[in-house]
Design a protein around this ligand. Structure first.
Ligand SMILES: [Zn+2]
Length: 424
């Protein structure tokens, strides 16, 4: 081929690529108004990981974002991507984290191979697509990847229920197709305690809307409460040999950490939520013992009967909604979560490897300076080598009343990413 023609072809190709890259993915061109539930099993040890598809289900209505569909806000520890099978074009991507990856940092993972459930809700493609699930390690390397076909005509995609059989109460907002849908689900409340649950949901919702920037953007949220009764009140406490049958199957001592109250039964939780417009799940546990946790774009959980309920439920949602990291630290963590030389993807921590992408800009902002924004060593469970944006923050202590400026900015970005077209 003559050289000049070859470069002309190259030019044509590159301009075609940039044209398609510039054109945003329009929801209605690619997706039905329906949700595809992807159930996966992640298994492995501290050094190995496998992904398997378990089952798929389809439910009417897509409650998730309809903007920025092919763009990522945060890298997360895992990603799910949909590509069109005919053109290879990315039509949807989302990031999240998993309990499995947290467990990989535990001592137990050096001794036994275990499996964990993961659920991701994605928009239902109109035409055959490929779904790819990827896992990353703390060095940001892809350590597992699995791709599978999603055909809208697949007879084994189960048709799910349109409406939940449980009591669903909408407490705030409106149409699920607009706005960010938060669902609170009851854990350990008896049938007689439905009003107590609803009052706890109201407390949690008010606590959230007491915090900027949620307070300033509350019209972008829809809040629903899903009541599912338990036979007995309270949740399981393995340290006391107490195992209660509860809707979400949660228990203390998750990953052998006494106060870590979580559930590994994600399939069960999402079965209960089937037909309820769901983007972010908050499990409220009817227990007087302090505990909970939050995993980015997976779920958050808190005990509702203890004095720190309000700050903790907001803190855990900071993890699950905005991917914020814990800003507190210890001196004796089993393994480092944030290795030197690797910039964490979490917006409120830095190893100062790529600090310009973090809160550097805010440090020239007078109001943020007034609030004491800076670079403080200690965060993400590590006393050395990891830096946080503020002396104190909702992501550090329960006593401190607000999110620090860097966390506020990260939350605002996450709200916008989900509700308006933004430059990423
Ligand atoms: Zn913060």
């Amino acid at each position: 081929m003559p050289r000049i023609l070859f470069s002309f072809l190259l030019l044509l190709l590159s301009s075609a690529t940039s044209l398609s890259a510039a054109k945003a993915v329009r929801y209605d061109d690619w997706f039905a108004d329906a949700t595809l539930r992807l159930n996966y099993i992640l298994s492995g040890t501290n050094t190995t990981q496998d992904i398997a598809l378990h089952t798929m289900a389809r439910t009417p209505l897509w409650a998730g974002r309809r903007v920025n569909l092919d763009k990522l806000l945060l890298e997360g520890n895992a990603q799910v991507e949909l590509t069109d099978s005919a053109t290879g074009r990315r039509i949807y991507i989302a990031s999240f984290s998993t309990l499995f990856q947290e467990w990989q940092h535990s001592e137990e993972a050096t001794q036994v191979r275990k499996a964990f459930e993961v659920v991701q809700l994605v928009p239902m493609p109109l035409r055959t697509a490929y779904a790819t699930l990827r896992l990353y390690d703390s060095h940001r390397r892809t350590v597992a990847e699995m791709r599978h076909r999603v055909s809208p005509n697949d007879i084994l995609i189960r048709q799910g229920k349109a409406a939940s059989k449980h009591f669903v109460t909408q407490l705030h907002g409106g149409d699920a197709r607009e706005g960010i849908d938060i669902v609170y689900i009851a854990e350990g409340y008896t049938i007689a305690q439905r009003e107590l649950f609803l009052s706890d949901v109201r407390t949690a919702m008010e606590a959230l809307f007491d915090h900027a920037p949620f307070s300033l953007m509350r019209d972008r949220f829809n809040i629903r409460a899903v009541f599912v009764p338990s036979e007995r009140e309270d949740v399981s406490v393995p340290l006391e040999g107490k195992w209660n049958e509860t809707p979400c199957g949660s228990h203390f001592s998750t990953l052998y950490s006494d106060r870590y109250l979580m559930t590994e039964k994600l399939f069960q939780v999402y079965d209960l939520l089937e037909g309820v417009p769901t983007e972010h799940v908050i499990i409220l546990a009817n227990t007087p013992v302090y505990g909970g946790g939050g995993i980015y774009n997976l779920y958050a959980m808190t005990s509702a009967r203890q004095q720190w309920f309000r700050p903790v439920v907001v803190h855990e949602f900071g993890h699950s909604f905005a991917g914020l990291a814990d800003e507190y630290f210890y001196d004796d963590q089993f393994e480092t979560f944030y290795p030197a030389g690797i910039e964490p993807w979490e917006p409120n921590l830095s190893t100062l490897t790529d600090f310009d992408k973090k809160w550097a800009r805010l440090m020239g902002n007078p109001s943020a300076m007034n609030e004491g924004i800076g670079v403080f060593e200690g965060g993400g469970y590590q006393s050395k080598g990891v830096y946080r944006p503020s002396l104190d923050c909702r992501m550090r202590t329960n006593e401190y009343p607000v999110f620090c400026p860097a966390c506020r900015e990260a939350i605002e970005k996450a709200i916008k990413y989900n509700t308006e077209t933004i430059k990423l």
